[in-house]
Design a protein around this ligand. Structure first.
Ligand code: HEC
Ligand code: HEC
Length: 354
């Protein structure tokens, strides 16, 4: 009995000493490395600790996001993809932002990087209440086979729903084109691999399903009017042969984001979609929608005609012609076309001309 007792005391003393050493070491470490000391200190690889950190200690809303690149402003409400919210907002801590900005950045975020995504069930215009928060936290040596990401899903009140090396998260995030398991931001070099719903294949039916249902074109904007393109593209315009007598043009976010870029070169990027509604009536009285024509830029689809995939369809989506349709290409290649567009003149910003 007394033997046991003594053993306990020794163990306790050893533990106490150990704690002292650990505390001293931490104290020392903080002082020896002022450059890496964080305010407040980064959390452990633990769901609750990370949730507390991002929700309370260092509220992610104060962080900022990826610098807006050619595709989108990630700090704004943007359309999200399955299985996350239909509307999302992304926040990134200083560790990740600084790493990406560094000249020698090698495409792998350093330990301490935190990426937080808010998920809403509403639309970008009316997101509604925050539904869930998902986060990726890079922890050195945590899971080397998954680039050391710690995955976290929490309810807005901080309840942890999934945490750790969550197979479900990493498996999907490992999809082709990911950048260090990120799917939305590709470190500004390449187009983000994912922009809302996955883009359709180069197939007439798939394209029509996409523009009619998946990413309803009627919710898109049109070309902006400017010095050269003085028309108001947001409404019905008088059309020209062989299209409708009245037409309405819709342009997806990729195309619109591209023309805003300082280095835009006059050629729309892959993923750009231009949809035209064709009516047989007048601008004042258009009557029923008669046909839909689409131009969809698909990387490598048809390089000799700027990779446009052409579709002509009935209003409800029955495809009449699709692909590298000679008839469409021949007429759209006429003099004065702008990347095969006939209505809108794409302008190369002065800053991109060298
Ligand atoms: C079926 C695929 C899939 C699964 C499973 C998945 N995600 Fe995602 N995740 C995406 C896509 C796609 C995006 C791109 C943003 C968007 O459109 O919502 C994304 C974006 C994110 C982002 C923003 C950073 C980025 O990739 O650009 C975080 C953080 C995130 N997911 C966390 C998680 C967590 C945590 C889990 C598991 C609980 C998870 N994800 C499961 C597909 C998935
Ligand atoms: C004989 C010439 C001609 C043919 C053939 C033709 N188009 Fe057009 N297209 C035009 C003209 C002119 C415009 C611009 C005026 C307008 O909006 O009607 C246009 C506009 C468009 C637009 C809006 C983008 C832009 O160019 O400004 C789309 C999309 C489009 N056409 C798709 C098609 C498809 C798909 C086909 C083949 C099924 C096709 N076009 C065949 C002449 C043609």
């Amino acid at each position: 009995m007394p033997h046991r007792h003594r053993y306990h005391i020794i163990a306790l003393a050893a533990l106490g000493f150990g704690l002292l050493v650990a505390a001293f070491a931490m104290f020392n470490w903080n002082h020896a490395n002022p450059a890496v000391a964080q305010e407040p200190e980064l959390p452990e690889a633990d769901g609750q600790a990370i949730a507390e950190f991002i929700l309370t200690e260092s509220p992610y809303q104060d962080w900022g996001s990826w610098t807006p690149d050619r595709w989108t402003d990630f700090g704004a409400y943007v359309q999200g993809g399955e299985p996350h919210g239909s509307t999302i907002r992304i926040f990134v801590n200083d560790v990740a932002q600084e790493a990406v900005a560094a000249e020698d950045f090698d495409g792998i975020l350093p330990p301490g990087s935190l990426v937080v995504k808010e998920n809403f069930m509403g639309s970008p215009e009316e997101p509604g209440d925050l539904a869930a928060v998902t986060a990726m936290y890079k922890v050195e040596e945590f899971a080397p086979e998954g680039n050391d990401w710690f995955w976290l899903s929490v309810a807005p009140d901080g309840t942890v729903n999934a945490e750790g090396a969550v197979e479900m998260c990493s498996a999907c995030h490992a999809q082709e084109g990911h950048a260090d398991y990120l799917l939305r931001y590709a470190f500004g070099e390449e187009p983000a691999t994912f922009f809302g719903d996955p883009l359709p294949e180069a197939d007439g039916d798939a394209v029509m399903e996409y523009v009619l249902q998946t990413n309803d074109y009627t919710a898109w904007a049109s070309w902006p009017s400017d010095d050269v393109n003085i028309e108001d593209f947001s409404g019905l315009l008088p059309g020209q042969e062989p299209h409708g007598v009245a037409v309405r043009i819709f342009v997806n976010d990729r195309a619109l984001a591209a023309i805003e870029r300082d280095d835009f070169n006059g050629i729309l990027p892959p993923g750009s979609i231009v949809v035209k509604e064709n009516y047989m009536g007048t601008v004042e009285e258009p009557g029923d929608l008669a046909a839909i024509t689409v131009m969809y830029k698909v990387d490598g689809f048809n390089p000799e005609a700027n990779d446009w995939f052409w579709v002509m369809s009935a209003p409800e989506g029955a495809v009449d012609a699709a692909g590298a349709v000679d008839m469409c290409i021949a007429c759209h290649a006429q003099e004065g076309n702008s990347d095969y567009l006939l209505r809108y003149q794409l302008q190369v910003p002065e800053t991109a001309e060298e």
